[in-house]
Write a new protein. Structure first.
Length: 145
């Protein structure tokens, strides 16, 4: 941070009942949200940065919002800056996992990144590991008898 800027306040809110995400998808969500957070703290000159993670039956949503100066419209329209891969990488990762990514500039009130992933794509099946462990346990019992 440069000049007389004080550190940004940071707030995280989780809505809904947290659900296990599919491992590969979880890693991509982490990287997309991480890039949005880095941008907010490095470039926005924000007083407040907020993260909201929402789990519901239809979708999983991650939102990063700041109250800073807002992303430059030309950068948003060009889908990034020449020689920088942050915004482009976020879009590519979102596309790869079947997510919808929205980047919004709110003049004089910051930037918002929202990532939406359909529930069927996002959430780890409750039974995926349980069935595997059950079948392993049954085969071990049978072989030792």
């Amino acid at each position: 941070m440069g000049g007389n800027q004080s550190p940004s306040a940071f707030h995280v809110e989780v809505e809904g009942r947290p659900r296990e995400l599919k491992p590969i998808l979880r890693d991509e969500v982490y990287r997309i949200a991480g890039e949005a957070l880095r941008n907010a703290f490095r470039h926005a000159q924000a007083h407040r940065v907020e993260v909201t993670i929402r789990y519901d039956e239809q979708q999983m949503r991650a939102r990063v919002r700041d109250d800073g100066k807002g992303i430059v419209p030309e950068t948003l329209e060009a889908k990034g800056r020449a020689g920088h891969w942050g915004l482009q990488g976020m879009r590519e990762r979102a596309s790869k996992i079947g997510a919808q990514l929205e980047l919004l500039r709110r003049p004089e009130s910051g930037t918002e990144m929202e990532l939406k992933i359909p529930a069927a794509t996002a959430y780890q099946s409750r039974h995926a590991w349980g069935n595997w462990f059950s079948s392993r346990r049954s085969s071990n019992i049978n072989t030792q008898a």
